[in-house]
Design a protein around this ligand. Structure first.
Ligand SMILES: Cc1cc2nc3c(=O)[nH]c(=O)nc-3n(C[C@H](O)[C@H](O)[C@H](O)COP(=O)(O)OP(=O)(O)OC[C@H]3O[C@@H](n4cnc5c(N)ncnc54)[C@H](O)[C@@H]3O)c2cc1C
Length: 433
C-alpha cells in the first residue's frame, strides 16, 4: 500500500497501486481485483475524483505511446496515458494543435476525457469530448467497448465526463485542428467591476476564440480584474521562448498563502498586469498554462493542502450570483490567488456528467482552514443552489450529495453504465458506492 494524494493534497490515504504499462495485460490486471479499482492519470484533479482510499489505483502513465498520426487530416490515435503536453509538442510543429486543453498541459488523455475538461475557448469549440472520435474502454468483467459519437453513442456520452467510472480508457482517437504555429495574438484589458467584465465577455465572444479573466476576490468592491483574450496568430520566424521551470522543492510547515500574502499578491498582480495591458504576441504555453512554469506549486499551501471551488451558474442570474459569492469570500478574508471568471457560451456538452453548461464559471483556490473553509463553502453552495448551477467534480472534495444530484440531472441515466468493479472517493460520497 502506498500513500497517494491528488492536486489539493487534502489527504494521503493508502492505496494498492498497480501500473498499467503493457496494453496486452490491462484486461488481466483490471479484472483480477477483489476490491473496486480506479484509473489514475497525473492526479491533477484537486479532490477525490481520482482517489480510491484503501482500494486499488490503476496508474495509466505507462500507457504513453502514440499509435498513429495522419497529418493530412489531423487525426491522432494514442494511448490514454499520453500527456497533452507531449501531444502539443509533437503536433504543433507539424501544423496541428489540440483544440481544447485545460489550464495545465500536464494531464493525461484519459484524465481529460474522464473529466471532459474545458479550456478558454468553450464558447467556440466546446470541451475535450467534442474532439474525441472514438475510444476504447476495458470493463472489469473483461468486456471491451469501442465507442464514439456514431458508435455506441450512449456509452460514449457516459464515458466522456464519466469520472473514470464506466471502465478504463486504454486509447483514443482525437481530431486536432489546424495551427499556423505556437503563437497567439493576445490582449489584456483591465476591468473595474462585474458589469464591465460581462460587457467585455459579450463583445469578445464573436471575434476572439479564447477568453478568460482573473478577478481580484480580496477587495470585494465589485470585482475588478483583468480580461484576457486571444486568437491563433500566423507569426513566422520568431524564436520560441526558453522554457524555464522552477520547482517548489518541499512542503513548508505552514501555508505560504495567507491573508497578508494574498492581499499583497493580488494588488501586485493587478497593477503589474495593468501596466502591461494591451496587445501582444504570446507563446501558447505562456498563454494557456502559465502555472506549469512552477512545478509542484500546490506544496505552497503547506501540510493541510487546499481546496478549489469551481461552479457554473446560468447567465440570467450570473452577475448577481457572482457578486454575492465575491462578497462572501471577501468577508471571509480567505480569498484566492488564482480566481478565474469566464463565460461558457450557449452550448451543451457531450457527456451525461460533463461540467460545462451555458452560463458563467468562477474558480477559486482556498487554503484548508478546516471548519472555517467548509462553512464558507456552505454559503457559496447556497448561492449555487439558488441559481440552479453546479460544482465541477474534477475540483471537488466536499460538495453535498443533494447539490450534485440537482446539478447533474442525468446521474440516474449515467448509473446504468457504471462499472461495478470501479469506485472512487467521490463516487462513494456522491453516488453511494
Ligand atoms: C493547474 C491546473 C489547472 C487546471 N485547469 C483546468 C481547466 O482549465 N479546465 C478543466 O476542465 N480542468 C482543469 N484542471 C483539472 C484537470 O484538467 C483535470 O482534473 C484532469 O482530469 C486531470 O487529468 P489527470 O490525467 O491528472 O487525471 P486524474 O486527475 O489522475 O484523474 C481524473 C479522472 O480521470 C479518470 N481517469 C484518468 N485516466 C483514466 C483512464 N485511462 N480511463 C478512465 N478514467 C481515467 C480518473 O479515474 C479520475 O476520475 C486543472 C488542474 C490543474 C492542476
Amino acid at each position: 500500500m502506498k500513500s497517494v494524494t491528488s492536486w489539493g493534497r487534502l489527504s494521503a490515504d493508502p492505496h494498492h497501486v498497480v501500473g498499467l504499462n503493457d496494453p496486452s495485460r490491462i484486461r488481466d490486471l483490471v479484472c483480477r481485483g477483489h476490491k473496486p479499482g480506479l484509473a489514475y492519470g497525473m492526479g491533477r484533479s484537486y479532490g477525490d475524483v481520482c482517489l480510491n482510499p484503501k482500494g486499488t489505483l490503476w496508474v495509466t502513465t505507462g500507457l504513453d505511446h502514440f499509435i498513429a498520426f495522419d497529418d493530412s487530416i489531423g487525426r491522432l490515435v494514442c494511448e490514454a496515458g499520453v500527456l497533452l503536453r507531449d501531444i502539443q509538442r509533437l503536433v504543433i510543429p507539424r501544423g496541428w494543435i489540440l483544440p481544447v486543453t485545460p489550464g495545465t498541459q500536464i494531464v493525461t488523455v484519459g484524465g481529460a476525457i474522464a473529466n471532459d475538461v474545458h479550456s478558454k475557448n468553450y464558447h467556440v469549440l466546446g470541451s475535450f469530448g467534442d474532439h474525441v472520435q472514438s475510444l476504447t474502454l476495458i470493463r472489469t468483467d473483461g468486456e471491451i467497448i469501442q465507442c464514439g459519437p456514431n458508435e455506441r453513442p450512449d456509452w460514449f456520452a457516459a464515458t466522456i465526463g464519466g469520472l473514470g467510472l464506466t471502465g478504463v480508457i486504454t486509447q483514443a482517437e482525437i481530431q486536432l485542428r489546424r495551427a499556423a504555429g505556437p503563437w497567439l495574438e493576445t490582449e489584456t484589458i483591465p476591468y473595474a467591476n462585474l458589469e464591465e467584465f460581462f460587457r467585455l465577455a459579450d463583445d469578445s465572444e464573436a471575434e476572439w476564440e479564447h477568453t478568460v479573466s482573473w478577478i481580484d476576490c480580496i477587495t470585494g468592491e465589485g470585482g475588478r480584474g483583468l480580461f484576457m483574450r486571444g486568437n491563433p496568430a500566423d507569426v513566422r520566424q520568431r524564436p520560441e521562448p526558453k522554457r524555464r521551470q522552477l520547482t517548489v522543492p518541499f512542503v513548508p510547515p505552514f501555508s505560504l498563502v495567507n491573508r497578508l500574502s494574498l492581499r499583497l499578491f493580488n494588488m501586485a498582480y493587478y497593477y503589474l498586469k495593468k501596466g502591461q495591458a494591451g496587445r501582444a504576441i504570446t507563446h501558447y504555453e505562456q498563454f494557456f498554462y502559465p502555472l506549469d512554469n512552477l512545478l509542484e506549486w500546490n506544496r505552497m499551501y503547506g501540510p493541510k493542502g487546499f481546496f478549489q471551488y469551481q461552479c457554473v451558474v446560468p447567465r440570467e442570474v450570473g452577475r448577481e450570483a457572482i457578486q454575492v459569492m465575491l462578497k462572501e469570500i471577501a468577508r471571509s478574508g480567505d480569498g484566492s490567488f488564482l480566481a478565474v471568471l469566464k463565460t461558457f457560451g450557449n452550448r451543451q456538452p457531450v457527456g451525461m456528467l460533463s461540467f460545462p453548461q451555458p452560463g458563467v464559471t468562477l474558480a477559486l483556490d482556498f487554503p484548508n482552514h478546516g471548519e472555517r473553509t467548509l462553512k464558507l463553502f456552505e454559503r457559496l453552495d447556497a448561492v449555487v443552489r439558488e441559481a440552479k448551477g453546479r460544482i465541477y467534480p474534477a475540483k471537488d472534495a466536499r460538495m453535498p450529495r443533494e447539490l450534485f444530484e440537482t446539478g447533474y440531472p442525468r446521474t440516474q441515466e449515467f448509473m446504468k453504465y457504471r462499472d461495478p468493479g470501479i469506485s472512487s472517493g467521490l463516487s462513494r460520497r456522491l453516488m453511494g458506492s
